[in-house]
Design a protein around this ligand. Structure first.
Ligand code: ADP
Ligand code: MG
Length: 305
């Protein structure tokens, strides 16, 4: 249990995200345990929507408890943050103490390995599906599934992290506009609700499935799939491909199971898209000889050196 931020010593910077955060590797001096500390820093001009979203990240992190989702051991605010009149204060910090994931993110793994073998992809996909199954059961839509938000540890566990734009589905639809992440993994109905939305699309569960499909395809192709090699996925190009483009052709190199899995995720019409529960029964993540074990995942991700 961590009861004071001053017990933690910064060891290294682990990452800067797209948002307001910096993540540090920290050491708990009394126990010598290693944790990750995410620090969100706000100046006094931060918009109230941004502060609200940060408070939501804290709320969700305190709520979740699953082996497939990053664990949070404490949330600290520097005083100014959560106070009722934070607009009048000089900004502040919001800090999350999280379990440390030695393998880094899937983004790091892809940078080092380019393409992943199918058994490793199916092992990862299965674990992410378990995480989404848990979150969706808790009425939480993640809304930012992408390689840099999927973390791996030295036990071969894969966990969903970064609830920076996540959303607790309440009875009434609540649209959150403080989106700061990338558009690259966004589903058609989130990109263009007028054309692709319709009844209840905005609850967004299907959007997480779309993003997972793109991540899986990227792991197989070794590059972001929606634009040409070396091309930058800018907003206009993405808009065209995601909302108006033909359905993607599946690479010949993929097995029929992998192709079918991705097809079911990248169905443009969210009503026809597979749900997480359907995908958990899909052969791609259930043919035992094809799904990597924790051990195989570790060996692949953290090669002995
Ligand atoms: P942001 O909301 O700014 O995107 P993230 O929570 O996604 O912040 O963290 C940014 C990066 O920091 C991640 O992509 C990952 O590389 C690293 N990181 C985050 N949390 C951890 C952790 N618990 N263990 C190891 N690395 C982490
Ligand atoms: Mg992130």
């Amino acid at each position: 249990i961590i009861d004071n931020l001053s017990d933690l010593e910064k060891v290294a910077v682990l990452g800067h995200g797209d948002g307001y955060g910096t993540v540090y590797k920290v050491c708990h001096k009394k126990s010598s345990s290693i944790y990750a500390l995410k620090v969100l820093r706000f100046d006094n001009n931060a918009a109230s929507g941004v502060l609200q979203q940060a408070a939501r990240e804290a709320e969700i992190l305190k709520l979740v408890d699953s082996p497939y989702v990053i664990r949070c051991h404490g949330v600290f605010d520097s005083g100014a943050f959560m106070s009722a009149d934070h607009n009048n204060e000089g900004g502040g910090d919001l800090c999350f103490v999280m379990e440390y994931m030695e393998g880094g993110s899937l983004h790091d793994v892809l940078r080092a390995r380019q393409r992943l073998p199918e058994n490793v992809i199916s092992g990862m996909a299965k674990r992410v599906l378990e995480g989404l199954h848990y979150l969706h059961g808790m009425q939480i839509v993640h809304r930012d599934i992408k390689p840099s938000n999927l973390l791996i540890n030295s036990r071969g566990q894969v966990k969903i992290a970064d609830f920076g734009v996540s959303h607790l589905v309440a009875g009434a639809l609540e649209v959150c506009d403080s989106y700061m992440g990338t558009y690259a993994y966004m589903s058609p109905e989130r990109f263009d609700p007028e054309r692709w939305g319709g009844d209840n699309a905005a609850d967004g569960f299907a959007g997480d499935v779309w993003s997972l499909g793109l991540v899986v395809l990227q792991c197989h192709m070794g590059r972001f799939p929606l634009v040409g090699p070396g091309q930058k996925p800018d907003w206009a190009t993405l808009m065209c491909v995601i909302c108006f483009g033909e359905r993607l052709e599946m690479p010949e190199t993929a097995s029929p199971e992998l192709r079918s899995f991705i097809w079911r995720c990248l169905e443009k019409d969210w009503r026809k898209r597979a749900t997480v529960d359907e995908l958990l029964h899909h052969p791609f993540v259930n043919t035992t000889c094809c799904v990597s074990t924790d051990h195989e995942l570790v060996n692949f991700v953290l090669p002995a050196d």
